[in-house]
Ligand binder design. Structure first.
Ligand code: TYD
Ligand code: MG
Length: 457
């Protein structure tokens, strides 16, 4: 039976649908994002049939009677990936791995695939040819397993092969290249992405086969395609980092089966991605000369503490409006901290350009690095280096007070482990630390002024 069709307009940013075209999306107010899509219209009978098939699908069950051993996870063979996933891949889950082109998504998944001993994995690529994938695989050492490869962009065909080879795990690289022939929209359009993802989700849930999806990220940093894609999947992992930097960070930004505080750090090498075992060592600049404008923070991202270098450059503004820029740190928070420095410590920063950078291309959200940001800015401003072997942790409040931070013990231990001699900690964190025997001197500070006096005399 031929289907009638109608046109709808779908916003490529938020997925909002309208029947008329708009220059600006009525829902998210973005300009030039409404794309036309032609949809097949279901007839009354078809709707009814679909309704019936849905009614028969599920049955009511008592919560207490549902067995929970479906939670058994697949070990991916990659420690960092396992950790970010919350302990491995959950059967029947749909995982989206987002990241900018060239960041290493395909490499990471291929590497995972090649380590996954004893499981049948089907790697579907719509982006590269078999030969390209083979060349990539040859760069990665220590293959333990063989994998099944399929270069195909038509999702119906993919499922034909899936039915035939019955994989234990399915990888689809990327969702933007997949298309359903029954959906009249071009690959990468909102409708195709949504329909393909929905079908893959249905497959994962019904078969228990976990599906790993690759998704590209737009310039603005959102996962391309509608927001609905993020709502459909169980887990969203984001692979980030500067393409010109060796380090890559794998972050979980949504996880139905684990914590989103997890973080994996990789180094991109000539022979694939290597997990970084001791992030602190890589985030600290090697060198003996202490430099002005550098302060070391004892930070925690995910569940791991590490020491990280905050670098600041303060210089007299050449033009009227001073510039403020921050890499790896929230710019509004930097402006707030600069205002605290002006108001509470009396430093005149109005005519100064301030640049802040977190070493290693890392983006840090831990408020405990506030104190090191302030210290780095001041150190650059007075052109005096902070003594070697000193690090700090503390959130800075609007009135210049240093507020307690989480898990201070872990931060101190990490600093101690790396051979630091002194750590500045919030006074409010001292409780419980009194009888701690440490090889590191713990200096409590209550206000920004105290901390700066400790550092610069
Ligand atoms: P790729 O994994 O294809 O990224 P994505 O799938 O996210 O677009 O690209 C990884 C980049 O890393 C590519 O520019 C080549 C480089 N690379 C290495 O440096 N070492 C390697 O071993 C491999 C396989 C790739
Ligand atoms: Mg790729």
């Amino acid at each position: 039976m031929a289907l009638k069709s109608k046109s709808v307009y779908v916003c490529s940013a938020c997925g909002h649908e309208t029947s008329k075209w708009f220059g600006q999306c009525p829902a998210c107010q973005e300009w030039n994002t409404m794309e036309e899509e032609v949809r097949a219209v279901e007839t009354g009978t078809q709707k009814k049939n679909r309704a019936i098939s849905y009614e028969n699908r599920a049955s009511v069950q008592k919560l207490s009677e549902i067995s929970a051993n479906t939670e058994h996870r697949f070990d991916t063979g990659l420690r960092e990936l396992n950790r970010v996933l919350g302990g491995g891949i959950v059967p029947g889950s749909l995982v989206l791995m987002g990241g900018e082109p060239g960041i290493g998504k395909s490499t990471l998944l291929l590497q995972t695939a090649l380590r996954l001993a004893g499981r049948r994995l089907l790697y579907v690529s719509g982006e590269e040819s078999e030969r390209q994938i083979k060349l990539r695989a040859d760069r990665i050492p220590r293959h333990t397993t063989d994998i099944l490869l399929l270069c195909e962009t038509r999702l119906e065909k993919v499922f034909d092969h899936v039915r035939e080879v019955r994989p234990d795990i399915l990888v689809v690289d990327s969702i933007q290249t997949m298309a359903l022939e029954t959906v009249e929209a071009s690959p990468g359009s909102v409708t195709q992405i949504r329909e393909c993802a929905a079908l893959l989700l249905k497959f994962a849930k019904e078969s228990g086969v976990p599906v790993l999806l690759v998704g590209h990220i737009t310039k603005e940093g959102a996962i391309a395609g509608p927001k609905v894609l993020e709502h459909i999947v169980d887990t969203v992992l984001q692979f980030e980092g500067d393409r010109h930097n060796m380090y890559r960070i794998l972050r979980s930004i949504k996880n139905r089966f684990g914590s989103t505080a997890e973080l994996g750090i990789y180094e991109m090498r000539g022979d694939g991605l290597r997990p970084v075992d001791n992030p602190s060592e890589l985030l600290l600049t090697q060198g003996n000369e202490p430099l002005s404008g550098v302060a070391i923070a004892a930070a925690i991202e995910g569940i791991r503490p590490f020491l990280i270098e905050t670098q600041a450059l303060v210089s007299t503004a050449a033009y009227g409006t001073p510039q403020r820029s921050a890499t790896g740190f929230d710019l509004r928070r930097l402006n707030m901290l600069l205002a605290v420095l002006e108001k509470r410590v009396g430093f005149k920063l109005v005519q100064k350009d301030v640049f802040l950078n977190i070493a290693g291309g890392l983006r840090v959200t831990d408020p405990a690095i506030d104190l090191s940001v302030i210290a780095a800015v001041l150190s650059s401003n007075v052109d005096t280096a902070i003594e070697r072997g000193v690090c700090m942790a503390g959130e800075v409040g609007l009135s210049g007070e240093i507020r307690p931070v989480s898990r201070i013990g872990q931060r101190i231990s990490e600093a101690e482990k790396l051979g630091f001699q002194r750590i500045l900690v919030p006074e409010g964190n001292l409780k419980g630390l009194e009888d701690r025997k440490a090889d590191i001197e713990i200096v409590p500070v209550a206000r920004v002024e105290h901390a700066l006096r400790q550092l610069f005399g």
